[in-house]
Design a protein around this ligand. Sequence first.
Ligand code: UDP
Ligand code: MG
Length: 320
Amino acid sequence: MLPTKLLLVVPCYNEEEILAKTHHTLRDYCARLVAENQISSESKICFVNDGSRDRTWKIIEAICEKDPTSIGVKLSRNFGHQSAILAGLMEHISEFDCFITIDADLQDDIEAIGKMIVQHQEGAMVVYGVRDDRSSDSWFKRTTAESFYKLMHWMGVPVVFNHADFRLMDRRILEEFQSFKEVNLFLRGIIPLIGFRSEKVFYKRLEREAGETKYPLSKMLLFAWNGITSFSTFPMRLVLYFGAFNFFIALLIAGYIGFSYLFGSTVPGWTSIVLPMTFFSGANMIALGLIGEYVGKIYEEVKGRPRYIIEKIVKDQIHP
Ligand code: UDP
Ligand code: MG
């Protein structure tokens, strides 16, 4: 079998401190894979500059001048991690067989790349890099990140636990991905929706060697919120549940009032205030929740996701 033509996509945002080292490490590692005949010598590394404000782009240009296996892509402004990955992938979709996305800080163990390639050769179309050891992360990062995966799972979003954006994708996956037209990108949610055979490769998450995280808490929360609202209409349904609960409480209060009325211990005016208040706030929320259900349906329709993806069709197999 011919070795795979691989593209490594590296999103870079203000990574001047680490980029040169990242390039060396990745280039040497790819050269090793080429020598071992695991990947084709036409494999490349694509650095995507996501509107950095430091010298990142200058460094990428210098790298590309010297190293023919590197490609530089410059976005016109900062579009965010997910869009940077997408730009690197989609610009080269027809030129490579498989694609691996990896962060510029090399917190993800590059040795996993070789394992991903092996899985791909054995037929996996997607290989998720999963961190099974996050001890190098701060307590805060680890807890918030893991709670995020649990919350997403609980709301019905098909994310792979402890998998970020370190993954291998076959070209076929990207071709199918093109029929997902949504603008709000949450790749970790969309890729599992595409289906096909997938595998996981486990690795230990390392510490960032230089520079700071480009995902401060505010960006992380925004990312999580985007993930939830792009994949789940659960928050809207919560309003419906809450309304129904309120309504039920109103019924209980009505029963209690009837009971007190019969036994003569009512305070004048209480009933006429509290009962309608509980009753109508419950009814209001149910109505809002119902509207939410329809808005949710409209939302699903507007996204225009494909209703099915065919892996293959087998016919006319028997020849006389
Ligand atoms: N990144 C990007 N655009 C952004 C923010 C981050 O391209 O707006 C890149 C960044 O350069 C890195 C990757 O996304 O390669 C992940 O960021 P980081 O390592 O800071 O996140 P963390 O590992 O702390 O979650
Ligand atoms: Mg990082």
